[in-house]
Design a protein around this ligand. Structure first.
Ligand SMILES: [Fe+2]
Length: 408
């Protein structure tokens, strides 16, 4: 799906609105899409969306987007289509949360690495732009322009964060188009996609934090906690069907807020809403053998030992991440924003394996069905080429078995 925003409706006389022209060496194919008008403040934006289907596998395509009637076109960009045999593919995923226009330390790094298409997915785990709605949305536009070199080439996937709250999360719901690969439904709050041997699930932690203000935020009424939970269960059941888990043994779940981080725990996420303790995430992730949980919100990087119910379940004393007996959690909220980084408390909890209070990008290199290399790259000093992008943490997660049976 190619998405872009214009400030004039790009509908042509047939009503067959936005167009993407694409091809391998020349732009000799085209696909039509649709535009939706969206009022923010006193201006109207048009979100143009075009889906490209029937792409050849593992090919670099050139493309541009625009409108034939007016002959107004974007620059020509490029992307690489998925390989034919996804099971044998070793994709790289860039992860971060909490990245803004001001002090967005990791943006130049993403743009540089994307020139040679070194990533296959860029995942922004909530808190986008700081803030998408400011300056009547122009700040959000500028953030997307700054990210354009990377995210015009590499798929940009998102989760919603608390900073997207403005006017019932309108900028988040309108600007982006997250598509559930199983149903084809658009849902920016919860959806899943497959990339190589990974089934990646993005959910909203924010449903758990805004339901008490549902009058102001109707998209976050209490019912949504249950609806998302039921969707997650269905998605996990499907991903765990033997033929699916054989093809894609890794299941990764990401949301804006971490369940555990050094300063505190989000018990509401782990156990569900108070008093009734329903729709908690920790049990369902454990039950369906989820391998990794990714959170952000705290502006730090933190790697946890495998954990369930506040107890550490290392694979072994020598090698905690070889055949761990519980999901492995990461906190990746250090993309860089105007709120700077957060400090740590002096005495970390026993489940905290590595803490870095600095800016950075977390890379997942999914080597195959049993090995993922996870590395943290510092993006602290944008002007120092010696240290910019330096690896500051690295582990190899090895799982010879996946699913709930891997825990025993
Ligand atoms: Fe946040």
């Amino acid at each position: 799906m190619i998405t872009w925003i214009t400030f004039e409706m790009s509908t042509n006389t047939d009503g067959l609105t936005p167009i993407v022209q694409y091809g391998q060496s020349e732009l000799n194919h085209k696909s039509f899409g649709y535009a939706t008008a969206w009022m923010n403040g006193n201006r109207t934006s048009f979100v143009n969306r075009v889906m490209l289907n029937h792409l050849k596998p593992d090919v670099i395509y050139l493309y541009r987007c625009g409108n034939e009637q007016n002959q107004i076109w974007s620059k020509t960009f490029k992307f690489r289509s998925k390989p034919e045999n996804e099971e044998e593919w070793s994709p790289k995923i860039a992860l971060f949360g909490d990245m803004g226009l001001v002090n967005g330390r990791s943006i130049p790094y993403l743009n540089e690495r994307s020139k040679n298409m070194e990533y296959d997915v860029i995942f922004h785990s909530g808190d986008i732009a700081y803030n998408l709605h400011e300056l009547n949305g122009k700040l959000g536009d500028e953030f997307m322009r700054k990210m354009e070199p990377a995210i015009s080439t590499i798929p940009y996937q998102t989760a919603v964060g608390n900073h997207e709250w403005f006017q019932n999360f309108t900028h988040y719901t309108n600007r982006y188009t997250m598509t559930d690969s199983l149903t084809g439904d658009q849902n920016n709050y919860y959806y899943s996609f497959n990339v190589g041997p990974v089934h990646f699930i993005s959910i909203s932690s924010e449903f758990y934090f805004w339901y008490l203000n549902q009058g102001e935020f109707p998209s976050h009424d209490i019912e949504n906690i249950k609806i998302q939970y039921d969707w997650l269960k269905r998605d996990l059941i499907e991903a765990n069907r033997p033929e699916n888990r054989r093809k894609r043994p890794w299941i990764i779940v990401a949301a804006h807020r971490a369940m555990y981080c050094s300063p505190w725990m989000w018990t509401i996420l782990r156990k569900g809403i108070p008093i009734v303790y329903r729709w908690g995430l920790e049990d369902i992730l454990y039950e369906y053998g989820v391998d990794m949980y990714i959170g952000a919100h705290e502006h730090t990087y933190e790697r946890l030992f495998p954990i369930y119910n506040r107890r550490v379940y290392n694979g072994s004393l020598d090698n905690p991440y070889r055949n761990p007996k519980a999901p492995v959690h990461f906190l990746v909220g250090s993309g860089g924003c105007r709120e700077l980084v957060d400090p740590f408390i002096n005495h970390p909890a026993p489940w905290s394996a590595k803490r870095i209070s600095d800016y950075g990008i977390t890379e997942l290199h999914v080597m195959n069905k049993t090995h993922i290399r996870i590395q943290q790259r510092s993006t602290h000093n944008v002007t120092d080429l010696q240290t910019y992008g330096k690896i500051v943490d690295s582990i190899l997660l090895v799982k010879e078995r996946h699913g709930k049976e891997a825990w025993f």
